[in-house]
Design a protein around this ligand. Structure first.
Ligand SMILES: *Cc1c(COP(=O)(O)O)cnc(C)c1O
Length: 405
């Protein structure tokens, strides 16, 4: 059972056949299109209530034909947490964080990999490969193990150590490359021909977007089929932002949203790798690559996003903005959120909390607004950024003056 009618080149609208192995079209990503009329006739939004609390509750809006091919670790239905203390600190009426840090392998990469690897399985692919400088490698390795597939991960030497170790721990053949993510991608390109790898890079196959789309579907359902005034999303390759915007369009077409008002989408990056804000501000549809990209937020270290125009189109249609936050303040902003609310906020999300502050200062969002931030990963995966000088206590003669300070 699948309602997919066809695939579609995002750059030129070219129609491509459903259920065929696809990578890029004209060097750009591919959309998955559904027969939404048929989806609407077969399922009512209220009947979702009785389904399992995973992203597969939106089965009809996902591309897999045969349920037996679904590769799942129970991903989805992450909590949407009220954040009154952080809201008060920043000066906004209502702030919620959708906490993706609680997903399998500690980041929202699991949603995209669950969808992409399920489809790879359905299409008979058995050897997967990915270049990554962050959470995608561990997520791919875990889902490949779950599917019984072979996985190859190539990452730059300076990838956070937890990301290096988790990929190997889940059994992927994992390699450190003395180069950049683009050099890793080159190796994958060669291995595709030599070893028959299937490349699961961000946006280089059509289905990771479909998995990430479920963030938007869940948000709407959790808010009783309405949407907030603004969404802040930390943007690397942009899969999540693109996917959510697609989700809102599909929900609107299905008539499942109670109001036609869609949120302003704020794409948040670090000043160390801010590809989108210059293009946004100058009205360009494509972004120039960033030279010497550097940020502790490994998920945001994408010097050139092949879906740049898809991100910018969504941000502009929504009335939002592409913005950047000072690299030196990412960890400060994320720990502010963690300490105010007890949520494991990754450095990427520092760009969203700082970005919300910037947007409030500039009046891009109103202080009366309802804002949702996506916390895309778990802070404990970034041990390099968690610095603390812990005082020692001698348990044989406790110095209480040290403790009671
Ligand atoms: C990959 C990643 C991002 C960026 O995701 P995109 O959807 O590709 O823009 C943000 N945060 C974390 C923690 C990530 O791992």
């Amino acid at each position: 059972m699948s309602y997919v009618t066809h695939l579609e080149g995002a750059i030129d609208g070219a129609r491509l056949p459903a259920h065929t192995v696809q990578t890029l079209h004209e060097g750009r990503p591919i959309w998955v299109r559904y027969d939404l009329g048929a989806v609407g006739a077969s399922v009512k939004r209220d009947s979702l209530r009785d389904r399992e609390p995973t992203m597969w509750r939106y089965r009809e809006l996902l591309p897999v034909r045969d349920d037996a091919n679904i590769v799942s670790l129970g991903e989805g239905m992450t909590p949407l947490l009220d954040c009154p203390r952080l809201a008060a600190r920043l000066g906004v009426a209502r702030l919620q964080i959708k906490d993706e840090s609680q997903l399998p392998t500690g980041s929202f990469k699991s949603r995209g990999q669950a969808a992409a690897i399920s489809m790879a399985k359905e299409l008979g692919i058995t050897r997967l490969a990915i270049p990554t400088a962050g959470n995608a490698g561990g997520a791919m390795a875990a889902y490949a193990a779950r599917a019984g597939m072979e996985a190859y991960v190539f990452m730059p030497r300076d990838t956070p150590v937890v990301n290096q170790l988790e990929a190997a721990f889940f059994g992927a053949k994992t390699f450190l490359v003395n180069g950049l993510i683009t050099d890793c991608a080159k190796i994958i390109g060669e291995g595709r021909e030599r070893l028959g790898w299937f490349d699961l890079s961000t946006l280089k196959e059509p289905y990771r977007i479909e998995g990430k789309k479920t963030m938007g579907l869940e948000l709407a359902e959790q808010l009783g089929w309405s949407l907030p005034d603004a969404i802040f999303y930390p943007t690397g390759g942009g899969t999540g932002l693109i996917g959510m915007w697609k989700a809102f369009a599909e929900l609107e077409a299905l008539g499942w949203l109670d109001s036609a008002d869609r949120p302003k989408m704020f794409s948040c990056q670090s000043s160390g790798c801010a590809s989108l804000p210059p293009a946004f501000e100058s009205g360009e549809r494509f972004a120039a690559p960033v030279e010497n990209a550097h940020t502790v937020a490994s998920g945001l270290r994408v010097p050139r996003a092949i879906g740049d125009f898809m991100i910018l189109d969504a941000v502009r249609e929504s009335g939002g903005r592409a913005l950047a936050v000072d690299e030196d303040r990412l960890v400060e902003w994320s720990s502010l959120g963690a300490q105010a609310e007890g949520i494991s906020i990754c450095p990427e999300d520092g760009a969203c909390i700082g970005g919300l502050d910037l947007a409030l200062q500039n009046g891009w969002v109103s202080r009366d607004d309802h804002v949702v931030i996506f916390n895309t990963g778990a802070a404990q995966k970034y041990i390099e950024t968690m610095q603390a000088d812990l005082p020692e206590v001698d348990h044989t003669s406790i110095d209480w003056s040290l403790i009671e300070r």
